[in-house]
Ligand binder design. Structure first.
Ligand code: UFG
Length: 336
């Protein structure tokens, strides 16, 4: 028995692979390396002393995927693979719908064909759209997404809900991530975005190591304590452990869980913490708001705590320390 990690060479996938292997669960990874490196899997193997069955394939390629399902006996799929850049999804919506939706459909078809019961899906807080109140609770309405990337997450949730309704054997878990940051404390695996980072933490890291001159802080006139946007940053190792707990607690039907800390920090909180714990300068400039951003977003993680026995243990200090440790060790990510 093994678990299939689609997109397992990526940022969250590689950290999840470590947690599964360290807990004695065999892992297979399928990845087309469109936004990841096979080096991540080599490092996962080195860190854990365990082998990963690695397949280079596109999850949309059903014939190739069928061969992988034939060669293994999976009891669950953790589905990370997908396009994930908000801005790019606005410019290339059809590519996002094609890739993200197609891959989910292929997995549902093969799960039916091979009677694989479990799927844990990488969803996102973005499915809540523009929140009316915080913290966000799983029972709040979803939809009203602000970009095609968010809609693909919403649509895949719906596909999986319908899949579970129609198939008694199916166990579907939707994990709604808040803002994953940080890296494995070894500094051997971490976030390695292609090109200019869209997200705050990798941008801060690249400024700190001198790859970029300064951070642009997108607006300081939000209705928040210091005027900058507030988010629920979660250490990627805590997030990875959330997948392990979700896998252990899979049950028939559908369940959705927020994976966040329940605490919000502003952009400037993160920048100041990063400077303090790493003793490094992070020059920044306040610029205009980024279109589509919301003021405040954080989770109510009580359901994951009660039902999965999971809660985030690492704080902003550890997130900033580990993110910088990885970036300093490998300033150019997996290209070093
Ligand atoms: N920010 C900056 N400068 C930057 C980058 C970000 O000031 O260079 C600010 C943003 O304005 C925001 C905060 O930092 O206030 C966090 O921004 P990120 O881009 O890191 O994260 P988002 O909250 O915008 O997006 C994240 C995920 C998306 C997901 C979204 C909603 O990256 O995948 O949460 O759940 F869709």
């Amino acid at each position: 028995m093994a678990v299939l990690l689609t997109g397992g060479a990526g940022y969250i996938g590689s950290h999840t692979a470590v947690e599964f292997l360290e807990n004695g669960i065999d892992v297979a990874v399928v990845d087309n390396f469109s936004n990841s490196s096979p080096k991540a899997i080599e490092r996962v193997e080195k860190l854990t002393g365990k082998k990963v069955a690695l397949y280079e394939a596109d999850v949309c390629d059903k014939e190739k995927m069928r061969e992988i399902f034939k060669a293994n006996e999976f009891d669950a799929i953790i589905h990370f693979a997908g396009y994930k850049a908000v801005g790019e999804s606005v410019a290339k919506p059809i590519a996002y719908y094609r890739n993200n939706i197609d891959s989910a459909l292929v997995l549902c078809e093969l799960m039916t064909e091979f009677k694989v019961p479990g799927i844990v899906f990488s969803s996102s807080a973005t499915v809540y759209g523009v929140p009316e109140t915080v913290p966000l609770v799983e029972t709040m309405p979803t939809g009203n997404c602000t970009n095609p990337y968010g809609w693909t997450k919403y649509m895949i949730e719906q596909i999986l809900i319908d899949f579970a309704r129609a198939n008694d054997f199916a166990k579907v878990t939707l994990l709604r991530y808040f803002n994953p940051v940080g890296a494995h404390p070894s500094g051997e695996i971490g976030e390695d975005p292609l090109g200019i980072p869209n997200n705050l933490s990798p941008y801060v890291c690249q400024v700190a190591v001198g790859r970029r001159p300064f951070l642009s802080v997108f607006g300081n006139d939000y209705p928040t304590p210091d005027g900058t946007g507030v988010r629920d940053y979660i250490h990627v190792v805590d997030l990875a452990k959330g997948h392990l707990q979700a896998y252990r607690h899979m049950k028939q039907g559908v369940a959705a869980y927020n994976l966040g800390t329940g605490r919000g920090y502003s952009v400037l909180d993160l920048v100041e913490t990063f400077k303090r714990v790493n003793n490094v300068d992070v020059p920044y400039k306040i610029v205009d708001r980024r279109p589509g951003d919301i003021a405040t977003c954080y989770a109510d993680p009580a359901k994951a705590n009660a039902e999965l026995g999971w809660k985030a243990n690492l704080g902003l200090d550890e997130m900033c320390r580990d993110a910088y440790n990885w970036q300093r060790k490998y300033p150019n990510g997996y290209r070093d």
